[in-house]
Design a binder for this molecule. Structure first.
Ligand code: UN1
Length: 476
């Protein structure tokens, strides 16, 4: 069966593209239509046509559609989790967890629809009243990455629809399966024609059409820093609101007074789980002298116990890298790290399993310095380096010495250092005794510096991007 694009409420065929399983490249997960530039233009026109009626739709209608969608995602978590693990390569438990998160996001925004509100203030002029309301921003273009095939589309689509916008979704070319399943559910849940449009396909064709269209009023993007910059520049050209979530080089600080077990678990999780393919992953482990050797040996032991294998096999802790070019990038950076003089204490080599896939033994470097390329550039794989520092002050300054600022973490039992780090870490999200990755779905998500641009995502803060504020004055 060919999975088609959804444009103006109709399923539209296109060039056929095969969705490959990174755990077993001989397996085709499914066939998906690639949209043409014309399909993308039609989708934008459909979203524009559907806007007047959807933006004024009864809140109970929007609530019901979002709620039905969340309920169905949850009911199908095992099946959708398997599809996700198959197309992206994260392990089945991680994939099911991500599906549950997508359901929770729809549930949250189904509730938000019933809590939309404004403000009523007296004017400074006697006899005049001021109403402040939020209106939909319009047609929202959504461009999503491959590493969270259902949660990221969910956390952009749900607030967009809740606030009365219409949507054109362009999911990552590598993982169309979950996006298709999500849009199919939304369609059957009663979303009117043109309100949610799906255009799978190439970034250079479909993504570019979204960037070039004067009818896309707002564009939200999660992906690489390079593409993000193009999205931002094109958005300026069209005076369009944009929101970007891009790379990270997230620090995880381990202090002498840390609970070693807590520190190792948080580091193993945030550096290597989901194959290190999270923008919130910690790739710089900044460790003070007194605990350094104990931390490195405990983390190395933990790594030895991690099973890298087929994402669907029970007992797998780390699935494959998503594709050949990402694997090459990871291996290239491991090479760069070695040439820069870092010490590879574990892993870093491509490994064979029963099926042909992109398996990489997680890599841990020690004796890294913060000026090495492996400490400055986002690798986006299961590769982390330990940077040795003298004390907390040096740890904080190394942690902040980066172009990125998405998330950061610290393992410490000192209330003083935890409080100081929360206050002084230059990141959008700070974790104490927790992994830098794995965030809640109901609170703001986003970063600083080159990691993010525009308002926060998720929770109530999502309204900032998905609405535009109106101030109305009335003289009674
Ligand atoms: C998480 O760590 O729970 O692309 C979410 C990413 C992020 C999502 C991370 N936008 O990795």
């Amino acid at each position: 069966m060919l999975h088609k694009n959804l444009i103006a409420g109709e399923w539209i065929a296109g060039d056929v593209s095969a969705n490959i399983n990174p755990s077993n490249t001989a397996e085709v997960v499914g066939e998906y239509a690639s949209a043409s530039a014309e399909d993308a233009r039609n989708a934008i026109a459909a979203a524009k046509a559907a806007l007047p009626s959807w933006s004024r739709s009864p809140v109970l209608e929007r609530h019901a559609i979002l709620k039905r969608t969340g309920d169905e995602i949850l009911a199908r978590k095992a099946e959708l989790g398997e599809l996700l693990a198959r197309e992206e390569g994260k392990t089945l438990p991680e994939a099911i967890g991500e599906v549950i998160r997508a359901a929770q996001i729809f549930d949250f925004f189904a509730g938000e629809v019933l809590r939309l509100s404004g403000e009523l203030l007296p004017s400074v002029r006697p006899g005049v009243g001021v109403e402040i309301t939020r209106e939909p921003v319009g047609v929202v273009g959504i461009i999503t990455p491959w590493n969270f095939p259902i949660a990221i589309p969910a956390w952009k689509i749900a607030p967009a629809l809740a606030h009365g916008n219409t949507v054109v979704l362009k999911p990552a070319d590598l993982v169309p399966g979950c996006a298709w399943a999500l849009v199919e559910i939304l369609h059957r849940a009663g979303t009117p024609a043109g309100v949610i449009n799906l255009v799978m396909g190439r970034g250079s064709v479909v993504g570019q059409t979204l960037l070039d269209s004067p009818d896309v009023d707002a564009l939200t993007f999660t992906g690489s820093t390079g593409t993000g910059k193009r999205v931002a520049l094109a958005s300026v050209e069209h005076n369009r609101k944009s929101q970007l979530e891009m790379g990270g080089k997230n620090p995880f600080v381990v202090l002498d007074d840390a609970d070693l077990g807590v520190a190792v678990e948080a580091a193993a999780n945030s550096s290597f789980f989901s194959t290190g393919q999270r923008c919130t992953a910690s790739s710089r482990l900044i460790v003070t002298e007194g605990i350094h050797d104990r931390f490195v040996s405990a983390l190395t032991e933990r790594l030895k116990g991690l099973v890298v294998d087929d994402a669907l096999k029970s007992g797998t802790h780390i699935g494959p890298v998503v594709d050949e070019s990402q694997l090459k990038q990871d291996l290239d950076y491991i090479d760069i790290g070695l040439k820069e003089g870092a010490n590879l204490v574990f892993g870093g080599e491509r490994i064979e399993r029963d099926t042909r896939g992109f398996y990489l033994q997680p890599a841990l470097f020690t004796e890294a310095t913060n000026d090495m390329r492996i400490s400055r550039e986002e690798i986006f794989g299961p590769v982390a380096s330990v940077i040795r520092v003298k004390n907390y002050d040096e740890a904080l300054s190394v942690a902040n010495d980066t172009h990125f600022g998405l998330s950061s973490g610290i393992a410490t039992t000192s209330l003083k250092h935890a409080a100081h780090f929360k206050r002084n870490s230059e990141a959008g999200m700070v974790m104490v005794n927790l992994p830098t990755a794995g965030v809640d779905f109901h609170v703001p998500f986003g970063g600083r510096k080159r990691s993010s641009y525009g308002p926060r995502e998720q929770g109530r803060y999502a309204a900032e991007f998905y609405t535009t504020v109106k101030t109305a004055y009335t003289s009674a």
